[in-house]
Write a protein that binds this ligand. Sequence first.
Ligand code: B1M
Length: 224
Amino acid sequence: MTERQYVEESYVPAFISGNDLRVEELVAQDSRSGMTASEILTGRLIATMEVVGEKFQNAEIFVPEMMVAARTMSVILAKLKDQLVARSEDSKGVVCIGTVRGDLHDIGKNLVITMLEGHGFQVADLGVSVSREKFIQAVQDKKPDIVAMSALLTTTMGEMGSVVKALQDQGLRNQVKVIVGGAPVTHAYAEQIGADGYAADAPGAVTLCKELLKATRREGALAL
Ligand code: B1M
């Protein structure tokens, strides 16, 4: 049986029926067979959500099943949280993150938060469907080093460009780095809208934030 068939036959039915206990059993089984938490995350849990998305696209399942699968994913991710990240106590910097206006997808964003916090970042979660006004307010109030935006819909990713423009219009663009991510987003798109970086996944977001902060601190030191 291929990995894909295994996921389709075991994890996918458990996810779309909301059977958390079955998912926990499957995870425990994979863990006993030697998979690491990060391998389970990518090869099982994220792979399951991809199959769920395909089934939705093929009209084999509908929004309610997709919602149940999303809830199951959130439950299991909360349980795996401590195994997914090695905790770091040093403060690395402040990140304000949100899913952009019109978009309710938050699982990827929450994974990014988990990993950033695990690596010592202080994260302000602005939630889902975050308006540009709310991003601006957060920059003014929390003075973050980085603003991070997530979008899962081709129809909402354009909002990322509007937030960058709003930061410019408010004279705040030079005070923060802006990073973007989410399934439809690309490196080229990040460049096009004038973001400082793009990450394809949560570990990539951590690396990117660390690099951006290192660069900012170097620039600050040079300016002294
Ligand atoms: Co929606 N949905 N959904 N959905 N959904 C997708 C995204 C879709 C691809 C499914 C499909 O058709 N194949 C499709 C989008 C098509 C498109 O625009 N190209 C879609 C659609 C169409 C819709 C609705 C419009 C359906 C409808 O109502 N007719 C609707 C829109 C609602 C809205 O937002 N306004 C909708 C609703 C929903 C639910 C609410 C039911 C639910 C979300 C619940 C929730 O999030 N709490 C849902 C789900 C679960 C999905 C799928 C199946 C799974 C998404 C997910 O959680 N993946 C999804 C199909 C798919 O993704 N293949 C789909 C797992 C997660 C870990 O991955 O979020 O990609 P992801 O995050 C990754 C990276 O992208 C990255 O890191 C993570 C991995 O480490 N990342 C970042 C994410 N953000 C980042 C930020 C960063 C850096 C990296 O830095 C800033």
